[in-house]
Design a protein around this ligand. Sequence first.
Ligand code: CAA
Ligand code: NAD
Length: 309
Amino acid sequence: MAFVTHRAVRSLSSSAVRSAAIQHITVIGGGLMGAGIAQVAASTGHSVVLVDQSEDILKKSQKGIEDSLKRIAKKKFADKPEAGSEFIEKILKNVSISTDAGSVVHSTDLVLEAIVENLQVKRDLFGGLDKFAPEHTIFASNTSSLPITDIANSTSRQDRFGGLHFFNPVPLMKLVEVIRTPMTSQKTFSALLEFSKALGKQPVSCKDTPGFLVNRLLVPYMVEAIRLHERDHGSKEDIDLAMKLGAGYPMGPFELLDYVGLDTSKFIIDGWHEKDPENPLFAPSPLLNKLVAEGKLGKKTGEGFYKYK
Ligand code: CAA
Ligand code: NAD
């Protein structure tokens, strides 16, 4: 991976799919989600620039992408390790990194943001990039819970603004929620649907409502599990086991909270509580607040509800 602007898109294989409209993408935020999105876009033949605040963070993002590709290559090329290495190398060549978003968006078709879940920070980012990006460039947010309209209003391109909500881990989860606001043009919405398909994902159409479809159901469920535990109605281990064996979920709610990130989960529930304080589903959780205050943010920091090596 190089520290430059967009590279020419390289053809990965005859099966690699590429959106006709969106070819060059800039992903802002190289954390859990941004790195995963960059990986999937690069794997499907798109040219990607991944942007974050420091080179150190971007090095971690690169390592995460490489490790994930190794897991995929190990399965895909079980008997041909050399072909596996070639596969990884080709994909990595489609990803450049940068710490300066303003200087890389001049040649991009899509700016996709996956930074911290904070409305003002996202508005500042897009408001600033609006003047650097070309006219045709679409802006999209991967927000879990914030209104796309409120983010889009920071720019002069509300018609070319939508939501692209991916799921963690991005390389494995098939769904993308494609969100349109009342201002999103049909052309933009269609381009985002097509782009999701070009990534090999299954898109669903969503309106700009809190949590869209999945998180409106999933987040209250996870926070309700914490409340069950806070009331001493069950240990976190038993609740996790119960949901895995009794409901067939791949992870229990505490495992999933750690996987998503406790900071992100807290930002989501606090944001909804602020807007709808009477709704008991959105009430803040003292235990979640305590863990976040202690810096225990889940798997990404080595400890959340559980400890990780
Ligand atoms: N990259 C590449 N491959 C990966 C991977 C990654 N990041 N993670 C796992 N894999 C592969 C592994 O190599 C493994 O393959 P093999 O078994 O063939 O070796 C396979 O996937 C299964 O992995 P594991 O055995 O480690 O674990 P698993 O069987 O439990 O599957 C999982 C992992 C897919 C994450 C599964 O546990 C799961 O679906 N969990 C629920 C995830 C979920 O609900 N995500 C949504 C979160 S909410 C959200 O994202 C929205 C939001 O806004 C907060
Ligand atoms: P994360 O903490 O893993 O990564 C966020 C990254 O953004 C960090 O690397 C940080 O350095 C970077 N960043 C912050 N401000 C920045 C800025 N102004 N410019 C450039 N980079 C900046 O977070 P994440 O879990 O990847 O979540 C990112 C977004 O995706 C959030 O909006 C979150 O709600 C959403 N999301 C998260 C999940 C999940 O399961 N974690 C799933 C879907 C959507």
